[in-house]
Design a protein around this ligand. Structure first.
Ligand code: ZN
Length: 217
């Protein structure tokens, strides 16, 4: 990571981890500009999962391509500058969702402090900060859980049970999270927010895991 960041500072050519083309890094040495610009609002509509306790749901794009690469680099390789690059992509889309609902604040699914300490930042919080949107921390993660990637729905639900504590309440709020898979995390976060007095919780996911293709007949 250090080598790539140094390269970004020195503008040494790197090859893009997604498409393989060489590019001169501007803020980071991982993904080229055209891959970053390919991260756009989803054009095709996939039906997101039914999520109890949520009053509405919007997502920015599907969890695939350069977006998937970027999220993994941010979360698992601690590539901080990519969080702000992504924020630049979804900022207007999330802002129009807030405006459409008339909800003034966005909150987020927080990272456990141990993971934040290891990564160096809370990626959801950082993305909202970079996006310059009015964000409030209403939840604290009080239970450390292994990453949910790859786990089945029941296992995900078990791992996120009682994972959050409310730090405050608002009448209506948009909850931001990075990747929506089964929705177990968002459902648990919404349950805790509602128990603390929030009347309406809307979910905005940066990326929706596309449904698995049907098996061949
Ligand atoms: Zn590329």
């Amino acid at each position: 990571m250090i080598a790539r960041l140094l390269d970004a500072l020195l503008l040494t050519e790197r090859s893009c981890l997604h498409c393989g083309k060489t590019f001169k890094p501007e803020t980071q040495g991982y993904l080229c500009r055209s891959c970053l610009l390919s991260v756009r609002p989803a054009e095709s509509f996939y039906e997101p999962p039914e999520l109890p306790g949520l009053d509405g749901l919007e997502y920015f794009a599907l969890y695939e391509g350069a977006l998937r690469e970027a999220v993994k680099l941010i979360k698992f390789k601690s590539v901080k500058p990519l969080a702000c690059e992504l924020a630049e992509r979804f900022r207007r889309h999330l802002k129009s969702y807030l405006d459409e609902l008339g909800v003034p604040f966005v909150t987020f699914v927080p990272t456990h402090f141990l993971r934040r300490w290891r990564r160096g930042f809370d990626h959801n919080e950082l993305m909202l900060k970079c996006a310059g949107l009015p964000a409030l921390k209403l939840l604290k993660r009080v239970r450390y859980a292994r990453p949910l990637a790859g786990a089945k729905k029941e296992e995900r639900e078990r791992r996120v049970r009682d994972a959050f504590k409310a730090l405050g309440t608002l009448e209506r709020v948009v909850l931001f999270d990075d990747v929506l898979t089964t929705g177990s995390t968002a459902v648990e976060a919404a349950r805790v927010l509602k128990a603390a007095g929030v009347k309406e919780v809307y979910l905005y996911a940066l990326a929706l895991e596309p449904p698995a293709p049907l098996p061949p007949p």
